[in-house]
Design a protein around this ligand. Structure first.
Ligand SMILES: [Ca+2]
Ligand SMILES: [Ca+2]
Ligand SMILES: [Ca+2]
Length: 364
């Protein structure tokens, strides 16, 4: 049987997620070995005293337009970080915001770590010719992450690189890039002066090539001596966008939990049941409703906004998912939907964009 429901899903959902959020927020300082917000200087604000040595790079405006709140790197400029931060690390995560100014013919190297016997101990770069992020590990250069050219729009993007044992992953704007890389089970080795941002080293602390440098802006760098979870990455992305602390409630895991809860116990989602139609009527209408909504999301009240692939639902900032009911004139019946969303960030006018990736009827 069917029901009348609209926003109950959201009401249950908020309670669940706020508690998750508090937990996740507290852990973001765990394992944080260096943090560079670049508030007019290159100091480490993690409390570990790992200040950056600036080599010709200049303070510049950040992604909000605030002056002297990020660093710009061009030609042979670079940032030199204390090598002890990464020397001997096994698992680690590095997050930062970046804005490319130009696509170099060779590559845009972002992170470079070298030691006395290997100048490409670890590199992390963007390779415009292949539309890929790219990494070197222990001198092996045949690693590249799945195709992703989002950084070529020359806007700010939030990038995360994580080494988790023998697996390496990259996220952009909180979303995982396809194509994990498998590496050897060895610790990272950095020599003194061998940890730089903005250049590829061909000798420790030098051997730079102006077709392999960063050519862009970098900000809010965080280095962890552990692997960040997907939800922590999403949370750092939200914080970096000045989103409300609880905005991260719309992670996929959270939505899955609510969806499951509604399926297990529809009453907990406020679903009420009434009679009046045969089961055959209901089944038929459900199928029509699903088909109609999938082929034409606007017909079931989902507003479509800017999107790179598929429909995008525009939701308010008040943590409110409003999927209007599907209505059938022949039956005058309505159905409850669950929905999966993927977060796409802010529009220029401040709307949060979510892509509707899947949906179904609650209880099925
Ligand atoms: Ca900053
Ligand atoms: Ca080189
Ligand atoms: Ca090199």
């Amino acid at each position: 049987m069917v029901n009348v429901k609209k926003v109950w899903l959201v009401c249950s959902f908020i309670g669940i997620v706020l508690s998750l959020g508090d937990f996740a927020y507290a852990s973001l300082t765990d394992g944080l070995v260096a943090y560079y917000p670049f508030n007019g200087n290159a100091n480490d604000e993690s409390g570990n005293g790992n200040n950056v040595e600036v080599n010709e790079a200049t303070l510049t405006s950040d992604r909000f337009g605030n002056p002297d709140q990020a660093y710009e790197i061009t030609e042979y400029q670079y940032l030199s970080l204390p090598y002890q931060i990464v020397n001997g690390l096994y698992d680690f995560s590095i997050t930062f915001w970046i804005k490319l100014n130009k696509l170099n013919s060779s590559l845009n190297n972002i992170i470079g770590i070298a030691n006395d016997y290997e100048d490409n101990e670890f590199n992390f770069a963007y390779l415009a010719s292949n539309d890929r992020f790219f990494m070197d590990w222990k001198g092996s250069i045949n690693h590249s992450f799945g195709i992703n050219n989002s950084v070529e729009d020359m806007n700010w993007h939030f990038i995360t690189f994580s080494r988790n044992g023998t697996f390496c992953t990259t996220n952009i704007d909180g979303k995982r890039i396809e194509g994990d890389i498998t590496i050897s089970s060895e610790n990272l080795i950095a020599a003194e002066k061998g940890f730089v941002l903005g250049q590829d080293q061909d000798s420790v602390g030098g051997g730079f090539d102006s077709s392999q440098n960063l050519s862009g802006k970098i900000d809010d760098i965080r280095i962890y001596n552990r692997v960040l979870s997907e939800s922590e990455i999403q949370e750092l992305y939200n914080i970096g966008n000045n989103l409300p602390p609880d905005t991260h409630c719309y992670t996929q895991d959270d939505l899955d939990a609510v969806k499951q809860q509604c399926k297990n116990d529809p009453a907990s989602c406020g679903i009420s049941i009434y009679s009046g139609y045969t089961q055959a009527d209901i089944d038929s209408a459900k199928q029509q409703a699903i088909q109609q909504c999938k082929s034409d999301p606007a017909s079931c009240g989902i507003s479509v906004g800017i999107g790179t692939e598929g429909p995008v639902a525009t939701l308010s900032e008040s943590l409110f998912i409003d999927i209007p009911l599907i209505k059938y004139s022949t039956l005058l019946a309505s159905f409850d939907l669950w929905a999966d969303f993927e977060y796409y960030g802010l529009t220029p006018d401040g709307l949060h964009l979510w892509k509707l990736t899947d949906f179904g009827v609650i209880g099925e």
